[in-house]
Every structure is written in C-alpha cells, then in structure tokens.
Design a protein. Structure first.
Lengths: 116, 114
C-alpha cells in the first residue's frame, strides 16, 4: 500500500521556539494532505486540510498563525508549530490520499511533540 | 451534526471471543466509513471500510455491519487474539471535494486476555 512518512517521530523543544514537522507521500502524489492532533487517550481531531499550491483550510478553533502549514509540492506538506508552549505538546499525525486512485487516506506514523 | 459517537469506551474480551464496537452518526452526507486500529505511539492503520450501499463487509476476522436507516455501523472482531489489543476508531468521510477528511469516533480501547 501507499506509504506516508512523517519526520521527526518525536521532538522535544523549549517553550517559545518553533518546530517543523514534515509529511511526505513516498510513492504517490497527494494534492491534499490532512493534519490531525491527538491528545493522550483521546481521538484524532482534524486541524487543517493542506492543499498543494494554495492556502491551507483550518478547522474552527485552530489558530492558523500558530500552526503554519505549507504544501509546496505534491509529495510534501509541513506543519510548523510557532512559539510552542507546553499546551501544544501532543501527537501530530498527517494523512494523504492518492487522488489518481480511488483509495483510502494513508496515515503517517505520527510525531510526538513535547514542549518543555 | 459532524459527530461520530463510538461505544464502548473500553472493552475486555477473552482470547477466542468476539469483540463488538458500535458507532452512530448524524450527518447523512457521510458516504464512507472506515475503521482504524492504533497501537500506542503509532499512527492509525486502516482495518476495513464500507460504503452505505452495502449492509455488511467481511475481511478475514473483521466484519463491518452497516444500518443505513439507523445511521449506525459496527465492527466485529471474530476469534479475538491478544495481538488485537489496541485502540480502535471508527470514522466517517463525506466524500466529494472533502474525500479523505475524516471525522473520528472517540475510540475504544480493546484488551484481549490470553
């Protein structure tokens, strides 16, 4: 099946700094990728839809200036958590779908962000 | 209206037993219903999925039952194994231009005792 890779798998950063998370579709092109956030023992909540070549669409309540999304190519989307604070500590997961084939969205392995 | 409600929150089953997880939705625009399995520290992995034009789909030990009129669907895991112990999420997709954009249920922590 299609592979979606996230990097890094985990990251620890100091409060006030910015962190970039990459999401790559390795063997297919994804015009749209999705970013989710998951707190411990909770469900996945959609943060934003990342569209190649255009601005991301954010879900209600998600600060677009804090969670910057860039989808510069058909295989790469990045999520930058700016001025991170401890409450931003969470598991961030991306998904991507091969729009040439009618298949399900494939998920990355997730990135554990800890802000200290 | 966008919610997907999942139950139970946790489930304990003996090895060889049947695990049943239920989900209900309100939004009739949903037209794709996948189930995901997630292990700690990993991303969710697709188990099985169904569309509303089918009432049941079976893949190996996993079966989805779908009741369109009741807006409910369920996952049955037959002959449950300790390796099935994980968190299970149902989800729903409205398709169209939003295809791939998933609304998840709250999750069920399944524990299968040997």
């Amino acid at each position: 099946g299609a592979v979606v890779s996230q990097h890094p798998s985990w990251v620890i950063c100091k409060s006030g700094t910015s962190v970039k998370i990459e999401c790559r579709s390795l063997d297919f092109q994804a015009t749209t990728m999705f970013w989710y956030r998951q707190f411990p023992k909770q469900s996945l909540m959609l943060m934003a839809t990342s569209n190649e070549g255009s601005k991301a669409t954010y879900e209600q309540g998600v600060e677009k200036d804090k969670f910057l999304i860039n989808h510069a190519s058909l295989t790469l989307s990045t999520l930058t958590v700016t001025s991170a604070h401890p409450e931003d500590s969470s598991f961030y997961i991306c998904s991507a779908r091969d729009w040439k084939v009618n298949t399900e969205a494939f998920f990355g392995q997730g990135t554990r962000l800890t802000v200290v | 209206q966008q919610q997907v409600k999942q139950s139970p929150q946790s489930l304990i089953v003996q090895k060889g037993g049947i695990s049943i997880i239920n989900c209900a939705y309100e939004n009739t625009a949903f037209d794709y219903f996948p189930w995901y399995q997630q292990f700690p520290g990993k991303g969710p992995a697709l188990l099985i999925a169904i569309r509303p034009d089918v009432s049941e789909k079976k893949e190996g030990r996993f079966t989805i039952s779908f009741n369109k009129s009741a807006k409910q669907f369920s996952l049955h895991i037959m002959d449950s194994q300790p390796g099935d112990s994980a968190t299970y999420f149902c989800a729903a997709d409205a398709g169209g231009t939003s295809y791939g954009k998933l609304t998840f249920g709250q999750g069920t922590i399944l524990t299968v005792h040997p």
